[in-house]
Write a protein that binds this ligand. Structure first.
Ligand SMILES: *Cc1c(COP(=O)(O)O)cnc(C)c1O
Length: 423
């Protein structure tokens, strides 16, 4: 009880400070006034120097919005790592072994993001046991397998990361199609974990691929939480699995995890920086980032997941409570099923009463002070399965908010909606 009270009190205070000093959030001391997890930092604020206005993240972990921010433990680990030179290969191997143990898989590699892991994992499948292939991908594919089987509904915006290795997709729909699609040129079977639709289950996907002796890859980039997903899919038998380092894991945005079979992770390493004549040489991960991702995984595994989800739910409820009294406004809290699996607040209203589209609300929030970014599903945009929305729907992602910012978002939303309702 007293714990709860203290926290409330604290959040109330922080919220007030933020609400009073709107400019403190986005102006001068942006990096020092964001609440409990952002203590004052020493040094020059280059956002200010460059005229960049940070925002309150009421969106989520979207790449163009710089995804997540790192917890203090991670920032500290990066700061220490940045002071000492190390051998990159030693660090990559040691971090890989450490992560594999913590994440209960055979082997792991820190990559320059999940998209990079997709390229390196594909390169691993194409080149395993063939040193010349590492040099030749993607221009000379003579004698190399290059067909990747995928469900039609699993084609997505990250296809290019696989096509970098000069592979081509073979699309299937039914389980029978899938079984019949394997040829002597099949190099990999690819699965998009958060795909909408698709008739073939993860278990069948793995089983049939293995019957044909072909490795399968699962892209689960945005699918933490739940934290257990970090081992669920490798345990299910996927030979390679990737997660973004900078989304729910909250490590550096330019990192990712490639997890899986030892021989394939080894092959992926050989296609990567620091080795020069490889497809991955431009995907360098620095010592700070490697350490940052390891520290983020340690941070995540130390969290109480239920308590985190409860906190997100309460943030959504606090915002809902404050906007509900605006005429015609209705609220609903939804949790997307796979990716971005945390409570989101969906706000709907009668567009005849509040004469603003969701996109217009979004623009006003972005232009205002403090600057606030709403979830890209707002106004009918596409953001994640399970966040369906229409022209007059506002979606608030609460999981990347700093303590107290939920109240700032609520106050600003209320202001924008009320003003439009009166017009
Ligand atoms: C975000 C995302 C990626 C890319 O992740 P990065 O870490 O930004 O490279 C790949 N696949 C899916 C499904 C994603 O959501």
């Amino acid at each position: 009880m007293s714990k709860v009270m203290t926290r409330r009190k604290f959040m109330g205070k922080t919220g007030q400070a933020l609400a009073m000093g709107g400019t403190a959030v986005c102006g001068g001391s942006a990096l020092t006034a964001r609440g409990a997890t952002h203590r004052p930092a020493k040094g020059v604020n280059y956002y200010e120097k460059l005229g960049i206005r940070p925002f309150i993240n009421a969106a989520g972990t979207y790449t163009v919005l710089s995804a997540s921010t790192m917890p203090e433990e991670v920032q500290d680990a990066i700061s220490i790592a940045s002071k000492y030179p190390v051998q990159l290969e030693e660090l990559l191997r040691a971090s890989g072994e450490y992560l594999a143990k913590r994440l209960q898989c055979e082997a792991a590699l820190v990559t320059a993001g999940a998209a990079s892991a997709l390229t390196l994992g594909t390169a691993a499948c194409v080149s395993r046991g063939n040193a010349d292939a590492i040099l030749n991908i993607p221009l000379d594919m003579t004698g190399l397998k290059n067909e990747v089987i995928v469900q039609k509904t699993h084609r997505y915006d990250y296809d290019h990361a696989l096509r970098n290795c000069a592979t081509r997709f073979v699309e299937v729909e039914t389980l029978a199609d899938y079984d019949a699609a394997f040829t002597e040129r099949t190099v990999m079977a690819h699965f998009f974990n958060a795909a909408e639709g698709g008739q073939i289950s993860r278990e069948d996907w793995v089983r049939v691929a293995h019957q044909h002796g072909v490795p399968c890859f699962n892209d689960a980039s945005a699918d933490v939480p739940p934290v257990a997903n970090l081992w669920n899919y490798t345990k299910m038998g996927f030979d390679l699995v990737t997660f973004s380092g900078g989304k729910g894991i909250r490590g550096p945005q330019c990192t990712g995890l490639l997890l899986g079979r030892k021989d394939l992770i080894e092959a992926a390493m050989k296609n990567n920086s620091p080795y020069s004549n490889t497809i991955g040489r431009g995907m360098k991960v620095a010592k700070e980032e490697i350490v940052g991702l390891v520290a983020a995984v340690d941070w995540l595994l130390a969290q109480d997941e239920d308590a985190m989800q409860k906190e997100f739910q309460q943030r959504a409820e606090r915002i809902a409570e404050r906007v509900k009294s605006v005429p015609t406004v209705e609220t609903r809290i939804t949790v997307p099923p796979v990716a971005n699996h945390v409570p989101h607040l969906q706000i709907t209203y009668d567009p005849n009463r509040i004469k603003l589209t969701g996109k217009e609300v979004m623009a006003k929030m972005r232009e205002g002070t403090p600057r606030i970014e709403l979830n890209p599903a707002t106004g009918g945009g596409s953001a994640s399965k399970g966040l369906e929305s229409e022209v007059s729907t506002i979606v608030v992602g609460v999981w990347m908010l700093q303590p107290g910012e939920d109240l700032v978002v609520a106050r600003r939303l209320r202001e924008v909606l009320l003003e439009a309702a009166r017009a």
